[in-house]
Design a protein around this ligand. Structure first.
Ligand code: MRU
Length: 348
């Protein structure tokens, strides 16, 4: 089922956004289909864990924090589907669906963080099936609420780093579309704007799936923030021009030593920033820090279908030859100025 919601204003925390990435009505999960942006603003209703796994895999919902929230609701959909099978049947069915959801995208640790929390609830002591379903819904809604709050806090902590008249370069989309709140890397920018500062953003298109050109530029313009889209290959020239005050990106997983996995192209942006003396900030909630991983070398990097590179918007632009299509890369901690987290700023 699909719904169209034009001129939709939604309050995330204390800020108005003109769209809502995800919501749950007690029976189904409604998501904004990000594969169709910026041309169509279409909301899809999902009612099974298979539909949610497919949505995560195909990037209908995407961005590390939103993947985590979506997976938590995927577990709720599973519980609703398996409710008729009794407590033992429900636990067995949901465990299988947790494995399905865990197999969708390997890099963002938020997916595993959310699934682990849901799995803990699944196995806790309860008096009835109704209580178990209720607790699962409660936990997913808690994960959702925490995500919105952490975005707001990242915005508060990061805002002072954004100068009035500041120019910022980002990569991919780490904005409201990548979360259920006001974003991570874009949150300080939204806050700065709210506080009356003028801010402009350079948005690299972010091949192959163009999350910069399609998504970041779209959400910034929807929220009144001027931006300039550039080819990924123009980032060096723009940084060399000394027009950019700072780079601000999100993260999919951060190792114990600070090495950070984020969208492909983040590493080269960090190298270019260092070479040109531009501060390079990573904005990310504490839940993206993976205590189980020592260095970036141990972060699993998702490789996606070669057709994402051979084609643009479904149209073939390259011969049918082998393609290497890593979705993420790792930026060493030595290239990062610091982290803007929901608990405060950590300078490296
Ligand atoms: O493949 P995507 O679109 O899910 O990649 C998203 C990113 O790389 C974001 O920068 C990252 O998830 C941080 S989101 C707040």
């Amino acid at each position: 089922m699909r719904t169209n919601k034009k001129d939709f204003v939604f309050f995330v925390g204390d800020m108005a956004m003109n769209f809502r990435t995800i919501s749950f009505d007690g029976k189904t999960v409604e998501v904004l289909d990000q594969t169709l942006l910026p041309f169509k603003e279409l909301y899809r209703k999902l009612s099974s864990p298979e539909e949610m796994a497919d949505a995560i895999k195909r990037l209908v919902v995407r961005g590390a924090p939103l993947i985590g929230v979506s997976a938590a609701y995927g577990v709720v959909l599973s519980a609703l589907v398996h409710k008729k099978e009794g407590i033992t049947g429900l636990r067995k069915g949901v465990s299988g669906d947790i494995k399905l959801l865990a197999g969708t995208r390997p890099t963002a640790v938020n997916l595993f963080y959310a699934l682990e929390r849901m799995e803990n609830i699944l196995h806790c002591d309860v008096n009835s099936l109704q209580e178990l379903v209720h607790l699962l819904i409660e936990e997913a809604e808690k994960i959702h609420k925490e995500d919105m709050q952490m975005c707001s806090r990242i915005g508060d902590f990061g805002e002072p780093l954004v100068p009035d008249g500041g120019v910022i370069m980002t990569q991919c989309n780490a904005g409201a579309l990548a979360t259920s709140g006001i974003g991570t890397a874009l949150a300080p920018i939204y806050r700065a704007r709210e506080n009356g500062k003028n801010v402009t953003v350079y948005v690299p298109e972010t091949r192959p799936l163009l999350q910069g050109a399609r998504l970041t530029a779209w959400e910034l313009s929807k929220n009144g923030i001027p931006s300039t889209i550039i080819c990924d290959s123009a980032r060096g020239l723009v940084l060399k021009s000394k027009k950019v005050n700072l780079c601000m990106v999100g993260a999919d997983r951060i190792a114990k030593n600070g090495d950070t996995a984020n969208k492909i192209g983040t590493y080269s942006l960090a190298v270019l920033a260092k070479e040109n003396g531009v501060p390079f900030w990573v904005a990310s909630p504490k839940s993206t820090f993976d205590e189980k991983i020592e260095t970036g070398q141990d972060i699993p990097i998702e490789e996606r279908d070669g057709d994402e590179v051979r084609k643009i918007a479904g149209k073939r632009i390259a011969p049918s030859l082998p393609v290497f299509n890593p979705a993420f890369d790792v930026t060493e901690a030595s290239l990062i100025t610091g982290f803007i987290t929901d608990k405060g700023i950590v300078k490296l």
